[in-house]
Ligand binder design. Structure first.
Ligand code: BGC
Length: 752
C-alpha cells in the first residue's frame, strides 16, 4: 500500500521537535525539547581526556585549542596494564572532569581491534584480542558512568584503518566479524552497559556502517540488548533517513537546517514511530546522565597522579640484560639522558583525541629532579624529532656524553606525524636517524637503556641486541617523566604486558597484503587469524609475543588444576595455579589462560586468551589464583548455525605470555553438539548420516535397486568413496545411476 501523506509539520509542532532531536543543535550538543524530556546534552572527545572546545570555534580533528584537561594515558598504555581496577579508576577521574565541565557524553572508549600495526589510530584502541579489549573497556565504561556521564563506544565497527576511512568497505566474512571485530563491542556492552555508541564512517561488506540495519538494529539491539543512544561519527551519515531507519539516533555534527527528515515525515516515507524511538532513547540518556551533581572543582593534582600511576603500570619491560634496570640512584654515578623526546615528550597521539593538558612533565626534568644530589645527569638531544635524516653533530655530541657516563638512557619514539587520525603508518621501524643513533651510542656505552614512546608496535629486531634494556612506555599521558622515572628508578616494578604482538617484520603480519586495500575495498582475507592467532598458526617468530612483559622480580607457576563444569553451567572451567614471587622485589604478574579448542568442528586458532588475572605478591609469597572461564567466552561462530560451543578436548595453557607457557593440560569439556541444517547443497554423506533424512533417502534408493553405474563404482572404491560422499545431493541427483531425483530429495527435506 502506498504511504499516506501526513499533515505538514508546522501544523504538528511536536513532530518538528522530534525531527530536531535526530541531529545536533550544533557541533557538540543536542537540541533541548523539554516536552519530550530531553535537555541539551553536551558531547565531547574522548577517549583519554576531554577536548571541550570553545562553541564559537569548534572542529572535530583536534585542530582548535580546547580547555585544559588531564591527558590520561591513551588506550594502548591502559591496555598494557591488563588491570580492570586501575582502568576503572582512570574512568572515574575522566568522568569527574566531564561532570565538572558539564559534559554528558564522553566519546570513548575506542575499541577497534588492531588488525594491523600500521593503523594510525591504534594508540586510541586497546588490543588485537577481543576478550582483553572487552574486559578492559568495560571497566573504563563503568568508571566513566559511575560519575553520571555516558561513555560512547566507538567506532562501530571495523574502523581499523585511517586510509580512506570515510568510505572504505571492510570486506569481512561473518565468522571473523562476529568472533573478532564485533566481539570486542559485544563483550564491552555485556559487561559495561554503555549508554551510548558511535557508528563508524566506513562501510562493512559495502553497506555504510552508519546506515546498516543489520549492524545497528539486528545485532546491536535485538541480539545484544543495547538500550543506549547511537550517535553517528562526525559526518558519517550521508542519508539521514536511511541512517534513522537503520538505527542511528543522533546524527552529528548538528545539521538543523537539513530538511530531509522533515520532508520524509511529511510525505509519509518515514514513520513517526522511528522518531518516537529516538526521543525515548535521548530522554533516557538525559535521565541517566543527570544522576550526579556537578562538582564545584576538580582536583587537578590528584588526576595527574592517577595518570602517573596508570602510565607506570602500563610500561612494558621488553628486555633487561643482566638486570641493567632498575637504576640504583645510589650507585649509578653519572647518567647520559639522550634523545629530544626526553626534553619534548610525546605522550599522546594527534587528531580528535588530542587533549590540552593541565601540565606536562618531561623525562629529563623528572630524572634531574629525582637524581639531584646523588648522580649527575647530562643531556644531549641526539636527533630532531621530525627529521628522517640524522645530524652528525647531534650524534657526535650524544656519543661523547654516553662515552663519559656510567649509563645512557636513550629516549626514542615515533614522530607525531607517523601515527595520527586520518593517516596510517607505512613502516613499523623507528626513523632511520634514531636507529643510527642507537648504534652509535650503544657502541660508546654498552650500558644503554632504550625508553620508547610510540602508540603502536615498533620492531626492535634490528637493534635490540645492541642495548642492555628496552622499556616500551607507549604514550604515557601528561605525567610522562614522573611515570618514566618511577619505572627506571625501580619505585614501580614494571608489570605491563603487551596487548599487541610486536612483529619482527611488517611482512609477517596477517594483513600485510591486504592493508589498506584498493579501489575502496579492504579484504580481511586472514579471517579470524588476527594478531597472535596468525603468528601462532603460521609458527612465525616474533619480536615480542602478545602478553609479554618482564619484571624486576620473577614468578614461578605450579599446581595447575582444571575443574570442568556441567554442560549447562555458565562457567565451563575453573583454572587454578599457584603463583610464587621467586625474586627479590614485590611485583605483579598477569597470569594468562589460553584455550585451544581441539573439537575439530571449525578451523581453530592454536590458542586464544580466555581469562587472566593480575596478582601482586611480596618477595617469597605465594597465592592460589583461580580464573573462571565462561562458557560463552569459549564459543565460536559457526557460519551456518551461529555461536556454538560443542565441547570436546580443550588444551588449557597457563603462562606469563602467549609464548611463555608454564603449565598446560588437556581436558574433555561437555558442550552442546551442533546440528547443521540439511539443505539440497549438503553432501551425500551428511544426508545418509542424518537421523531422519538418512533412512528416508536410503528407503528410496533401496526400493529402486541401489546406486548403480559410475557413481556406484565410485562409492564402492576405497580411493574414491570419500569424494562421492562429499558431493552435494544437488549434484549427485544429476548423475545416471543415482535413483532419486532432486525433486524427491527436496520432498524429503520438506518433510523434515
Ligand atoms: C572521529 C571520532 C571523534 C569525532 C568528533 C571523528 O572524526 O572519528 O573519533 O569522536 O570526530 O571529534
Amino acid at each position: 500500500m502506498a504511504p499516506q501523506p501526513k499533515p505538514a509539520d508546522d501544523a504538528r509542532p511536536a513532530l518538528a521537535d522530534k525531527a530536531l532531536l535526530t541531529t545536533g543543535a550544533d557541533y557538540w550538543g543536542t537540541h533541548e525539547v523539554p516536552a519530550l524530556g530531553v535537555r541539551r546534552l553536551r558531547l565531547s572527545d574522548g577517549p583519554h581526556g576531554l577536548r571541550v572546545q570553545d562553541d564559537d570555534n569548534p572542529d572535530h580533528l583536534g585542530l582548535g585549542r580546547s580547555l585544559p584537561a588531564t591527558c590520561f594515558p591513551p588506550a594502548v598504555t591502559l591496555a598494557s596494564t591488563w588491570d580492570p581496577d586501575l582502568i576503572l579508576s582512570v574512568g572515574e577521574a575522566l568522568g569527574r572532569e566531564a561532570r565538572f565541565r558539564g559534559v554528558d557524553v564522553v566519546l570513548g572508549p575506542g575499541i577497534e581491534i588492531k588488525r594491523s600495526p600500521l593503523c594510525g589510530r591504534n594508540f586510541e584502541y586497546y588490543s588485537e584480542d577481543p576478550l582483553l579489549t572487552g574486559r578492559l573497556a568495560a571497566a573504563m565504561v563503568r568508571g566513566i558512568q559511575s560519575q553520571g556521564v555516558a561513555a560512547c563506544l566507538k567506532h562501530f565497527a571495523c574502523n581499523t584503518q585511517e586510509t580512506d576511512r570515510l568510505r572504505v568497505s571492510a570486506d569481512v566474512d561473518e565468522r571473523p566479524l562476529r568472533e573478532i571485530y564485533l566481539l570486542a563491542f559485544e563483550l564491552t556492552i555485556r559487561d559495561g552497559h554503555p549508554w551510548a555508541l558511535m557508528s563508524a564512517y566506513n562501510r562493512i561488506n559495502d553497506v555504510p556502517a552508519s546506515q546498516n540495519p543489520w549492524l545497528l538494529t539486528r545485532v546491536l539491539r535485538d541480539e545484544w540488548g543495547f538500550d543506549g543512544v547511537v550517535v553517528s561519527d562526525w559526518g558519517a551519515v550521508s542519508d539521514p533517513v536511511a541512517a534513522l531507519e537503520a538505527g542511528v539516533d543522533l546524527r552529528m555534527p548538528g545539521q538543523p537546517q537539513d530538511t530531509r527528515v522533515r520532508d520524509a515525515l511529511a510525505d509519509g516515507s518515514l514513520d513517526e514511530k522511528v522518531l518516537d524511538r529516538v526521543a525515548e532513547r535521548l530522554a533516557l540518556l538525559a535521565r541517566r546522565t543527570q544522576a550526579s551533581a556537578r562538582p564545584a572543582e576538580v582536583d587537578v593534582e590528584a588526576h595527574h597522579q592517577v595518570t602517573r600511576r596508570a602510565a607506570a603500570q602500563g610500561a612494558v619491560l621488553l628486555h633487561n640484560d643482566a638486570n641493567l634496570l632498575p637504576l640504583d640512584p645510589g650507585t649509578v654515578g653519572s647518567v647520559a639522558v639522550i634523545g629530544e623526546l626526553a626534553r619534548t615528550p610525546r605522550y599522546q597521539g594527534a587528531g580528535s583525541s588530542a587533549v590540552n593538558p593541565t601540565r606536562v612533565v618531561p623525562a629529563l626534568d623528572a630524572l634531574r629532579g629525582r637524581l639531584a644530589g646523588v648522580a649527575s645527569v647530562g643531556f644531549a638531544p641526539g636527533y630532531t624529532v621530525t627529521a628522517e635524516e640524522g645530524n652528525d653533530d647531534l650524534v657526535a655530541e650524544a656519543v661523547r656524553l654516553a662515552g663519559t657516563s656510567d649509563l645512557a638512557i636513550l629516549f626514542l619514539g615515533l614522530p607525531p606525524a607517523y601515527e595520527a587520525e586520518g593517516r596510517d603508518r607505512t613502516t613499523i621501524d623507528l626513523p632511520d636517524a634514531q636507529i643510527d643513533l642507537i648504534r652509535a651510542v650503544a657502541s660508546a656505552n654498552p650500558r644503554t637503556v632504550v625508553a620508547l614512546s610510540n602508540g603502536s608496535a615498533v620492531t626492535t629486531a634490528t637493534w635490540r641486541d645492541e642495548v642492555g634494556a628496552i622499556v616500551e612506555f607507549w604514550l604515557t599521558g601528561q605525567a610522562h617523566g614522573d611515570s618514566v622515572a618511577d619505572v627506571l628508578l625501580g619505585e614501580v616494578n614494571p608489570s605491563g604486558k603487551l596487548p599487541e604482538t610486536v612483529p619482527l617484520r611488517l611482512e609477517d603480519t596477517s594483513s600485510y597484503l591486504d592493508f589498506p586495500g584498493e579501489s575502496g575495498h579492504v579484504r580481511h582475507g586472514e579471517g579470524i587469524f588476527v594478531g597472535y592467532r596468525w603468528f601462532d598458526a603460521r609458527r612465525l617468530e616474533v619480536d615480542y609475543p602478545f602478553g609479554h612483559g618482564l619484571s624486576y622480580t620473577s614468578f614461578g607457576y605450579s599446581d595447575l588444576d582444571i575443574a570442568v563444569h556441567e554442560a549447562d553451567d555458565l562457567e565451563a572451567l575453573t583454572v587454578s595455579v599457584t603463583l610464587t614471587n621467586t625474586g627479590p622485589r614485590a611485583g605483579a604478574e598477569v597470569v594468562q589462560v589460553y584455550v585451544g579448542d581441539r573439537s575439530g568442528v571449525l578451523l581453530m586458532p592454536q590458542r586464544e586468551l580466555r581469562g587472566f588475572a593480575k596478582v601482586r605478591l611480596e618477595p617469597g609469597a605465594s597465592q592460589q589464583v583461580g580464573i573462571a572461564i565462561r562458557r560463552d567466552d569459549l564459543e565460536h561462530y559457526h557460519p551456518e548455525v551461529g555461536w556454538v560451543f560443542t565441547g570436546g578436548p580443550m588444551e588449557v595453557s597457563v603462562g606469563s605470555s602467549s609464548r611463555d607457557i608454564r603449565l598446560h593440560g588437556t581436558v574433555e569439556v561437555p558442550g552442546h553438539p551442533v546440528e547443521i541444517p540439511l539443505t539440497i547443497w549438503s553432501p551425500l554423506g551428511d544426508w545418509l548420516g542424518h537421523p531422519v533424512a538418512g533412512p528416508a533417502l536410503r528407503a528410496l534408493i533401496d526400493a529402486r535397486g541401489g546406486i548403480t553405474g559410475r557413481l556406484g563404482d565410485l562409492l564402492s572404491s576405497e580411493v574414491s568413496a570419500n569424494s562421492a560422499l562429499g558431493s552435494p545431493i544437488a549434484s549427485v541427483t544429476q548423475f545416471p545411476g543415482f535413483p532419486v531425483s532432486i525433486e524427491e530429495a527436496e520432498d524429503v527435506l520438506n518433510r523434515l
